[in-house]
Design a protein around this ligand. Sequence first.
Ligand code: GRF
Length: 230
Amino acid sequence: MNAAMDPSGNENPLEPRIVVLISGTGSNLKALIESTRAPGHPGRIVAVGANRPEAGGLGVAEQAGIETFVIDHTTYKDRASFDAELLRKLEALNPDAIVLAGFMRILTPDFVRHFRGKLINVHPSLLPKYQGLKTHQRALDAGDAVHGTSIHFVTEELDGGPIIAQAEVPVLDNDTPETLAARVKAREHVLYPIILRWFCEGRIALGNDEVLFDGAPIPQVLSLPADAYQ
Ligand code: GRF
């Protein structure tokens, strides 16, 4: 982790610096803010960025007194120029962790390589199933009995980086994409903060092409006991 300098000089310079990127409502962001503020948490969310000025999560961050920034992708001529600006902004923030929490932009390979090992994403399916969009609808259409969410390192392969952890939810007979999404998010709000905490503690890291936990490759994707979600 960085020994990050803080311009105000009054924060712990050894605290891992977290930047969260969002595009939407920010319910995961809210859970991450609350958890990082618990006593003893090693990390600190230093900024929240969005690619959409109307992202509801910006208000969540502002209410929590966290710096926000918007880089509106619609004002950039192409993906590469948007990513170059995002990279420049992130570099200035000197992050140890870049946490994608409902950030709905595909990042260029150059960007992803630059921040290798620091970029983490939450994807609402049991990867490798249902990469991409409309995951809840696709799980319903397929008649799946079980659905869920995955937290993974971001690599150049879209939704294809090494999976750190997963949580399952049952699919119920009368589920709609919305009810299923809500059940999945409830899991994310517990799992994502724990994974981020372990990452900030240096327990989770990206190896060559695998996830390391306490320095050793994980034999299987991490999961929490059921009572962690109660
Ligand atoms: C989450 O379900 C996450 O898995 C997906 O986008 C959703 C973001 O929700 N990538 P929120 O903005 O955190 O409420």
